[in-house]
Design a protein around this ligand. Sequence first.
Ligand code: ATP
Ligand code: MG
Length: 316
Amino acid sequence: MTKKILTIGEILVEFVATTQGDGFGEAQPLTGPYPSGAPAIFIDQVGRMGQACAILGRVGDDDFGHLNIDRLRDDGVDVNGIEIAYGEVTGCAFVRYRPDGSRRFVFTLPQSAAARLPATSASEALIDSCDHLHMMGTALTIPDIAALARSAVQRIKARGGSLSFDPNLRAEMLDTPGLREELAYMLAQADLFLPSGDEIFLFSDATTEQDAVDDLLGRGISDIVVKRGSQGASHYCRNGRKDVTPLSVEEIDPTGAGDCFGGAFVALWLNGAAPEIALRYANAAGAHSVTRLGPMEGAATKHQLDRLLASQEINS
Ligand code: ATP
Ligand code: MG
């Protein structure tokens, strides 16, 4: 039977400044709107892999909301769980890169349709049709989503399903009231944990990566994947560690790499792929994603990932 993956979280549009610099203090050229929101990017990548999947989220009845719904549906995502909030607006993110690669955001999520997601009988039915839940830390800053996620974890796990968790945090989010408790809950329930870099130390007092991994694997997590940007990634489980070297690509826009990486990894892992195979495709999905401007534009089909992997083997 085909397993269905669910995520719950923010669906946004993103506008990207076309010049580098420090923020938005003066008029400047932007490009967008691009479909965005970390959970939306993740689930779009899952859909492009051909895996059954759905998202629970909320958008306004505006072009930005419909742009997202159309893209997700076209890419194979079940969009029936996306509520259209009449009289509200779809969330927006404006991003500008500084010359050192750091980014500055203007972010309207807390004031947007994405800031609420009340449970309904339709959302509960959708949860009950899914076998796996993927949660991201950004979404857990929204109290409605945190509550819905807890209920979804319980329902899906009670039926023998599984949970993956990507903290996906920005430093300024960590002070959100109640967020640390929600993150700790997800970690305690997670089967697969996908931190980026130092996020592995968020939930452990260990001082080395291996000690943090040993600590977390001792708590019921079966698989940990550490994402390292242009340095590649590593997979850990009881049987040891596997590393993957980064593919050589031209980085146009790094936003969304971790989400695409996660979508590819979770889709393959859930189907029982060997960790090194899931890691190889996820590494390719992250690399493919950075070659396109716009956070969701680089989500790739399995065929595109095969082509990217084959081209690098020829060149190496
Ligand atoms: P974000 O939250 O911004 O989407 P992230 O921090 O969660 O990103 P990254 O570690 O930046 O995730 O990227 C995920 C994976 O994508 C990396 O582990 C790597 O496999 C691949 N990747 C990212 N950037 C590059 C790059 N410049 N070149 C090759 N591969 C990359
Ligand atoms: Mg991330």
